[in-house]
Design a protein around this ligand. Sequence first.
Ligand code: BG6
Ligand code: MG
Length: 218
Amino acid sequence: MLNLKACIFDLDGVIVDTARHHFAAWKKLADELVVPFTEEDNHRLKGVSRVDSLEYILQKGDLVLDSATKLRLMDRKNMLYLNLAKGTSPGDVLPGIVPLMDEMAGLNVSIGLGSSSKNAHMILDKLNLTSRFDTIVDGNNITLSKPDPEVFLKAAQAMSVTPQQCLVFEDAQSGVEAALAGGFQVVGVGHGLEDAHVNYGSLKGLTLEAILKQLALA
Ligand code: BG6
Ligand code: MG
């Protein structure tokens, strides 16, 4: 049985629905580059870093660009994203997150963030959630993007717990793979994450107790 000491949350698509803003921004950039970009492409890019996402799109469009142009395109995508996300407010925290965090705090379970995004601090501030976290590891602190486990391993290390004592909450296939590669238990949030130990369409109304019960059966 899991001796739970910490939970690590992904940000985009788990805590807040900013995943749709990332999608819209990449779609616009891809349209400008005349590269087809579908929901399926978006699904593959969830959890993937800005630079790796751009490389994916360029490869799809058979485009070879110099590094200055790539930097400019990443800046453009980020500007489009920031513009879409600028109105993010505490009311945008997805259902179930705050009650789960309250329950974790009551049980002395540490709370960490493990996100590929370099905008994570800014988004958490807009959501008024920053002070809830014992550690925040994001795209600024890692060299390898999900599906590499680095982001989760760093968060676990910062909280002085082992992966086996942690639960990771993820909405992306790359994130589920990253957590499994690091030896974590994984809660999939959303659909089609069959590799996660347990999978829920949404965290609304869920308790940590119920998740742990289902994990024990899984
Ligand atoms: C992840 C998102 O959390 O962060 C991806 O799921 C995004 O869609 C990645 O590309 C990097 O985000 P940012 O904010 O650093 O461009
Ligand atoms: Mg995500």
